[in-house]
Design a protein around this ligand. Structure first.
Ligand SMILES: NC(=O)c1ccc[n+]([C@@H]2O[C@H](COP(=O)([O-])OP(=O)(O)OC[C@H]3O[C@@H](n4cnc5c(N)ncnc54)[C@H](OP(=O)(O)O)[C@@H]3O)[C@@H](O)[C@H]2O)c1
Length: 328
């Protein structure tokens, strides 16, 4: 089987670990990088051994490229995803896919019209760790899920980062809050029926935000995110018959001994088991899953990810709207 030939839109910071993940994949390879600045494209290509350095337009026109990886500021995801789809390229777009539910639906419609795959990049969702937690929950191993708490944050110190620009889709929720939102949506399997939120604002973007999501199943989830905290990415899933405590990193390969905690039963004196999970590069897993969707061998996953991405876009949009009202 020939390898999927991927072109990168944007000589972005995240493109470097993406290339490292692609090098571990037997199903795909990075063959080109595009930048607004030809010199930056050339320097990036030379540094990473990428064969071609192009402009965005040249990359979309190149017949030798099957798919694009979009690593652009959030406000540009929709425009370039749809331009790539119209050019006949499959699209792996960084999170968050879209700034609204309507934008996400338009992006999937463009992909459908062109007959290409569109996937939002959440490497952690393809990790064995996440899959095992989902399996345990679905098998009833922790009983009925009553609450989920998930948080994600770090200290953003570069004042010029697009993440602080409200016109570029900045803000903690869209940048890091989309991780707890995507984890909660994955475990709940639906969009919430009620959303409340509050935030602290800085320069027009949410710097720290917390939200509560209530689901028809009875599960209540709380999430928080921040650009002003220490590095954190953790979740606690509390069921009637057990508790899971976990991180949900994209790359367990970076962890000394990747694992999560499982305490069975409702008695706090029961020991917490450490469930070991394989070390994996999340980009390698994501790229392989993307390739399987393109060759048609994983249509169920493709449909599930599409439904989740549209729900995630709606949840992000709704949380921000509720937080704005709460602050007014
Ligand atoms: N999955 C993950 O683990 C992960 C981690 C970090 C970030 N991300 C996502 O990846 C995307 C990129 O993040 P990043 O941290 O890699 O960003 P970054 O280093 O700032 O790169 C963004 C790239 O976008 C291009 N660009 C095009 N128009 C731009 C404009 N008007 N302003 C600024 N840049 C522009 C630039 O490339 P050229 O100048 O070369 O065209 C720039 O290198 C975001 O959507 C982010 O949410 C994902």
């Amino acid at each position: 089987m020939s390898k999927l030939r991927i072109g990168l839109l944007g000589a972005a910071r995240i493109a470097t670990p993406f290339i490292a993940g692609a090098k571990l994949s037997s199903r795909a390879e990075v063959v080109a990088v595009a930048s607004r600045d030809p010199a930056r494209a050339k320097a990036f290509a030379d540094t990473h051994g990428v064969p071609h350095a192009l402009t965005y337009e040249q990359l979309l026109a190149a017949k030798e490229i099957d798919a694009v990886y979009i690593a652009l500021p959030n406000s540009l995801h929709a425009h370039w995803s749809m331009a790539a789809a119209r050019a006949g390229k499959h699209v792996l777009c960084e999170k968050p896919l879209a700034l609204s539910e309507a934008e996400a639906i338009e992006m999937f419609s463009a992909a459908d019209a062109a007959g290409v795959v569109l996937l939002e990049g959440y490497p952690f969702l393809f990790q064995p760790q996440t899959l095992e937690i989902e399996r345990l929950i679905q098998a009833g191993e922790i009983g009925r899920v009553q609450t989920i708490f998930a948080t994600c944050g770090f200290t953003l110190s570069n004042p010029d980062d697009f993440r602080l620009d409200p016109t570029m889709g900045g803000g903690a929720l869209l940048d890091v809050g989309c991780y707890p939102v995507s984890l909660i949506r994955q475990l709940a399997g639906a969009r919430p029926t009620r959303v409340t939120a509050t935030a602290q604002w800085h320069g027009g973007v949410d710097r720290t935000l917390a939200a509560t999501l209530e689901f028809a199943s009875g599960t209540i989830a709380q999430l928080s995110c921040s650009f002003a905290s220490g590095l954190v990415r953790t979740a606690v899933i509390a069921g009637s018959e057990g508790i899971i405590e976990t991180d949900y990193g994209n790359h367990t390969i970076r962890s000394a001994a990747p694992s999560f905690g499982l305490r069975r039963g409702s008695d706090w004196r029961r020991p917490t088991e450490r469930i070991a999970v394989p070390r994996e590069d999340g980009f390698r897993l994501e790229i392989d899953a993307f390739a399987a969707m393109i060759d048609g061998s994983d249509r169920d996953q493709q449909a599930a990810r599409r439904a989740a991405s549209i729900d995630i876009a709606w949840i992000l949009e709704t949380i921000l709207a509720r937080a704005r009202v709460a602050s007014s």
